[in-house]
Write a protein that binds this ligand. Structure first.
Ligand SMILES: Nc1ncnc2c1ncn2[C@@H]1O[C@H](COP(=O)(O)OP(=O)(O)OP(=O)(O)O)[C@@H](O)[C@H]1O
Length: 448
């Protein structure tokens, strides 16, 4: 998909200047021209321009600025994001300043210097793009990070944005990511941001419960259903009625239970183990795994039909090493909360600790960082935590290759975020071709 060219409206009554401008900009812009206020506003209403180049001296006042300024006001009131660049032929600087006061983006003196005007136009277009992206983010509810989520990296912001976007829907969400990347944190955010927030959030770890107990944990059982079933119990699915069921480590669910879970997802009805009564249950399913479900499906260990039910939307959580700029933020956050709860007067990190935080590859992700900081808050002798307190002495410098890998990953995720996942635009921001961008996305396993 190629990006449509942006629209430029030239409002100019001098036909010579009009065609000069048209000719100079037609390679990068879709151009409309108007010679007076009425025509300009009519075009702007019909095909909204990104940028307007506006001559202030329009008829019937070619030597004044009244008509030009009125046109400017009309354009801005049609769309306040429109960037209007004004020109005035007479030497009167005051008109240009009045225009800026009324909301024009910039001005330039006549006679026109095309190179100068190109620069102004490019900057205005860039600003307009940023403003529109900010608006989109704000509309998607992305006013800041999610509650309980620490991180400012582009990668984590993209995740927050996605979580906000899907939270209010009823789609089942599959969270993928290495151990300790925050899958449960985001499952909780999804629930809190959804219309189900006042209802229960029930989590179950499919790997931690022995196979023979998992079924009754999920579905409940009747009294006497099996040896030791002394009374009727309510399963987790029913406990979550009206709310969200978080199925952690879904990749470890044994195949017979996968079949039962699938039946439930199709019918939305459960039967307790040993029971006959059908109970209707309304839950939203959020599941998570650090395993490669595709590989499990290939080996016949995970049902593909269940996978498609669970993966209505997939959200991939980046490992901490790929958003290393979040490590100092998370570390300070954990330090403050542990210091407060343990009553310790530790306030920050020594410089060797700060270097270690950014150099360590964090195989255990945020959980590892949390544990290391906790230990350090206990051990620290002074006000500052050292690398030794975190047991990160001699923490290997990242190799040049690793640093480059991280830089590539960050650049690509940032560009995708700014481009709203539009690949052509992201490739353009990065100054690379689309095929190169595809390769990078594949190499870094980035989900778009
Ligand atoms: N972005 C974050 N901001 C604040 N705390 C976080 C963040 N991500 C993770 N944590 C914390 O890190 C720890 C691990 O997170 P969580 O249990 O959600 O990871 P997980 O991906 O579900 O791990 P596992 O796959 O091992 O179950 C938790 O204590 C959680 O509070």
């Amino acid at each position: 998909m190629t990006e449509p060219l942006p629209r430029l409206l030239i409002v100019e009554d001098d036909l010579g200047v009009q065609s000069q401008l048209k000719w100079s900009f037609s390679d990068e812009w879709l151009i409309d021209v108007a010679a007076d206020r009425a025509k300009a506003l009519e075009i702007a209403a019909r095909t909204p321009p990104t940028i307007v180049i506006l001559d202030l001296g329009l008829p019937p006042e070619p030597n004044g600025a009244g008509e030009g300024l009125a046109t400017l006001e009309g354009l801005i009131s049609l769309n306040p994001l429109t960037k209007v660049i004004v020109s005035s032929g007479n030497e009167d600087h005051r008109h240009a300043l009045s225009a800026i006061r009324l909301g024009a983006y910039d001005f330039y003196p006549k006679p026109v210097d095309i190179e100068h005007l190109r620069l102004i136009t490019a900057r205005a277009a860039h600003l307009r793009r940023l403003e529109e992206e900010n608006r989109q983010l704000a509309r998607a509810g992305h006013a800041g990070p999610l509650a309980n989520v620490i991180g400012e990296s582009a990668a984590i912001q993209a995740v927050c944005q996605m979580v906000r976007r899907v939270a209010s829907t009823t789609v089942n969400v599959l969270l993928l990511g290495e151990s300790g990347t925050g899958k449960e944190v985001f499952a909780h955010s999804l629930h809190q941001l959804s219309g189900r927030a006042g209802q229960p959030f029930v989590a179950i770890n499919c790997a931690a419960i022995p196979e023979n107990l998992l079924e009754s944990e999920l579905f409940g059982h009747e009294k006497g259903a099996f040896t030791g079933a002394l009374r009727q119990t309510t399963g987790k699915i029913q406990q979550a009625n009206g709310g969200t069921l978080f199925l952690d480590e879904i990749g470890d669910m044994p195949p017979p239970l996968q079949a039962k879970l699938l039946r439930f997802l199709q019918s939305r009805v459960i039967e307790r183990v040993g029971g006959r009564q059908s109970l209707e249950v309304d839950v939203r399913i959020v599941s998570a795994t650090n395993r490669d479900l595709g590989a499990l499906i290939e080996k016949g260990e995970f049902r593909e039909d269940l996978y498609y039910r669970l993966d209505e939307v997939k959200i991939a959580l980046p490992p901490l090493r790929d958003r290393i700029e979040d490590a100092p933020l998370l570390a300070q956050y954990f330090l403050d909360s542990f210091a407060a709860s343990m009553g310790r007067k530790v306030t920050g990190f020594s410089s060797d600790a700060q270097v270690a935080l950014s150099a360590h590859p964090w195989p255990g992700n945020v959980r590892e960082l949390e544990n290391r900081v906790k230990r350090a808050v206990v051990l620290a002798e002074g006000r500052l935590v050292t690398a030794k307190d975190m047991d990160l002495v001699g923490g290997a410098m990242p190799t040049l290759r690793e640093s480059r890998r991280r830089a590539d990953y960050q650049a690509v995720t940032t560009a995708l975020l700014l481009a709203g996942n539009n690949l052509s635009l992201a490739a353009k921001y990065l100054g690379i071709s689309r095929p190169t961008l595809y390769d990078l996305i594949e190499t870094h396993n980035i989900h778009v």
